[in-house]
Design a protein around this ligand. Structure first.
Ligand code: COI
Length: 331
């Protein structure tokens, strides 16, 4: 059996090599992403392991299938960049890694919330200029706040546990109710109810057509004044222009964004200087003291990198050998 792995970063290589040695299975590591210029390298392999945020196009998927590759294992969770019709048409089986490390995402989310509440960005800037005064930057305490968690999958539940450690009250919204959380009575029936109650909104939903721009002008208007918004999930959940308006009006007191709707091709790139970042809207957000932008790094921990590589390779082997895997994604 031979597997090709695309988009392998240097920090992933040791985990890939260790797995290959332990299993005695050949894995070719390719640094480039899977696209029409690299797909031909997959000829002769039995399966492909991939990770990328740019689209997996119909042309590329058709080509993989024409090489007999019907086993595609993603190293990440999200499947929103895959052409579902091409997957179905070609009978390609796809797996993802649904739980490489829910803690990685939840920990960054809460870290950023604490930074917003304690205004560390403001104090860092003041201190850098020799201003060591307290006022007017008095903080809020999470212990006194209600956090509205949207989507209670593995990451949302991990975040809930951490918020609870700080003493926060939780309200949650999800179309699927987790039985344990259901017993605790934390679910509200509508997003409007969550917006009305939450001091902090913590987004943990996958991106779907239905929830694109879930947080738009209308949604922000239904929220409490001075709400904090946390998005470590998917950029498309927030209408960025509406968020900017809500920040300008003070409706939103602060936002932590690890994702951004136009991030592909921008995040994880070195532009050499702030001015050279080719996205004015993003720069507008980054410049604000009450907005914390990180370039989709919530997942980027050693535990997650190891699990993403090794779980995806295990799933790929299962697809190749048995035609199925527990992490198979249904399109
Ligand atoms: C995912 O797993 O879907 C992510 O968003 C993390 C990705 C940037 C590796």
């Amino acid at each position: 059996m031979k597997i090709i792995a695309y988009g392998i970063r240097d920090d992933e290589k040791p985990y890939l090599e260790q797995w290959s040695k332990d299993k005695g299975i050949e894995v070719k590591a390719v640094a480039e992403l899977l696209d029409d210029s690299t797909v031909d390298q997959a000829k002769g392999y039995d399966g492909a392991v991939v990770y990328q945020q740019k689209p997996y196009t119909a042309e590329v998927l058709d080509k993989l299938a024409s090489f007999g590759i019907k086993s595609l294992s993603l190293r990440n969770v999200g499947v929103d960049n895959i052409d579902a019709d091409a997957i179905k048409r070609n009978g390609i089986k796809v797996t993802n890694v649904p739980a490489y490390s829910p803690s990685a995402i939840a920990e960054l989310t809460v870290t950023q919330l604490m930074r917003l509440l304690r205004k560390t960005n403001t104090f860092d800037r003041k201190i850098a200029h020799g201003d060591l005064r307290w006022a007017p930057d008095i903080a809020d305490e999470l212990d006194q706040m209600t956090v509205g968690v949207i989507a209670t999958g593995r990451i949302g539940r991990k975040a809930i546990n951490i918020y609870r450690g700080f003493g926060a009250k939780i309200v949650a919204y999800d179309i699927y109710h987790n039985p344990e959380l259901e017993k605790e009575g934390i679910y509200v029936d509508t997003l409007d109810e969550l917006y009305a109650q939450a001091d902090v909104i913590s987004l943990h939903s996958p991106a779907t057509k239905e929830n694109e721009h879930m947080l738009d002008d209308a949604a922000f208007n239904k929220m409490k004044d001075g709400v904090f918004i946390l998005n470590p999930a998917r950029g498309t959940l927030i209408d960025t222009d509406a968020l900017i308006r809500a920040l300008d009006s003070g409706k939103v007191a602060g936002a932590a964004l690890d994702v951004y709707e136009d991030e592909v091709g921008i995040f994880n790139t070195d532009f050499g200087s702030f001015d050279a970042i080719p996205d004015e809207r993003l720069k507008n957000l980054i410049k604000r003291e009450n907005v914390l932008v990180t370039p989709h790094i919530a997942f980027y921990t050693k535990t997650a990198a190891k699990n993403m590589v090794q779980f995806a390779l295990n799933s790929n082997v299962n697809l190749i050998e048995k035609g199925t895997d527990d992490s198979e994604v249904k399109f």
